[in-house]
Write a protein that binds this ligand. Structure first.
Ligand SMILES: *Cc1c(COP(=O)(O)O)cnc(C)c1O
Length: 217
C-alpha cells in the first residue's frame, strides 16, 4: 500500500472504532481531507486511495491548485473550511461545493447574490464561535437563532453547524455544546473534529470530520 493509503486506513479504523463505540453508522460520518498547503500529487494519492471530499482554506490557493485536479477527477467534492471574505463570494460559489465558514449576514447576502448569478449554490455550514474566542470566526452563540433563521430563508441549502474548540483544552465539552445547539435548533449536520480529536467528535455526533495532518503526514 502507498503511504497515503496506509494513513487513510488508520484514520478509517479510528472512525470505525468511534462509530462502534457510539452505536453510529460509519456511513453517517463524512471524512474531509483538509489539503491546504498540500501538493496536487499528495491530493491525487489520497483520491486514488478512495477519498472523495477535500477541504481547503484559501481561495487563492484553490484557484492555483484545483482546476487541474478537478479536470482529472470531476467527482471530487471541495469544501471551504477557512474564513471567507465577502468580496471572495463569487470565487467561492464557483470553486466550492460546500462552505463551512458562513458566520455573518454580509457573507450570507454575498453568497446568495453570487449563487443566483452563477446558477449554482454551495451548501453551507453555519460556523459557531463555540469557545467565544475574539480571534476566531464564527457567529456568537447568542446570535445563532437569528442568523439561522436568516440562512433558512435564504435559499442556500443548510448543511449544519461547524465549530472549532479552543486550542489546548479538552475538546469534548465544546463538541457537546455544538451538538446541543444543533439539536435545539433542529439542525442535522455537525462539522467538527480534526486530526487530534476526530474520534471524540464522532462520539459526540459529528457528521463531517475535517482531517489534515493525520492523512498527509
Ligand atoms: C487545517 C484545518 C483542519 C485540519 O487540521 P489537522 O489538525 O491538520 O487535522 C481542520 N479544520 C480547519 C478549519 C482547518 O483549517
Amino acid at each position: 500500500m502507498t503511504d497515503a493509503a496506509t494513513r487513510l486506513d488508520d484514520v478509517r479504523d479510528d472512525m470505525v472504532r468511534a462509530c462502534k463505540a457510539s452505536r453510529r453508522r460509519i456511513d453517517d460520518v463524512t471524512l474531509i481531507a483538509v489539503s491546504k498547503r498540500r501538493s496536487a500529487d499528495e491530493i491525487a494519492a489520497l483520491a486514488d486511495a478512495g477519498v472523495l471530499h477535500f477541504g481547503e482554506n484559501r481561495v487563492a490557493e484553490v484557484e492555483e491548485k484545483w482546476p487541474a485536479i478537478r479536470q482529472a477527477r470531476p467527482g471530487l467534492i471541495l469544501h471551504m473550511v477557512g474564513q471567507l471574505q465577502s468580496n471572495k463570494a463569487a470565487d467561492a460559489v464557483r470553486l466550492f461545493d460546500v462552505i463551512h465558514s458562513l458566520d455573518r449576514p454580509s457573507l450570507l447576502d454575498a453568497l446568495v447574490r453570487e449563487s443566483a448569478r452563477a446558477g449554482r449554490a454551495p451548501s453551507v455550514y453555519v460556523q459557531v464561535n463555540i469557545g467565544d474566542e475574539e480571534q476566531k470566526g464564527g457567529v456568537a452563540i447568542d446570535d445563532l437563532p437569528d442568523f439561522l433563521a436568516k440562512v433558512r430563508t435564504s435559499g442556500l441549502p443548510l448543511a449544519g453547524l461547524m465549530g472549532m474548540p479552543p486550542r489546548g483544552v479538552q475538546a469534548g465539552p465544546y463538541f457537546a455544546l455544538l451538538a446541543d445547539l444543533a439539536r435545539r435548533h433542529g439542525v442535522n449536520g455537525l462539522s467538527m473534529g480534526m486530526s487530534d480529536d476526530f474520534a471524540t467528535a464522532i462520539m459526540m455526533g459529528a457528521t463531517a470530520i475535517r482531517v489534515g495532518t493525520a492523512l498527509f503526514e
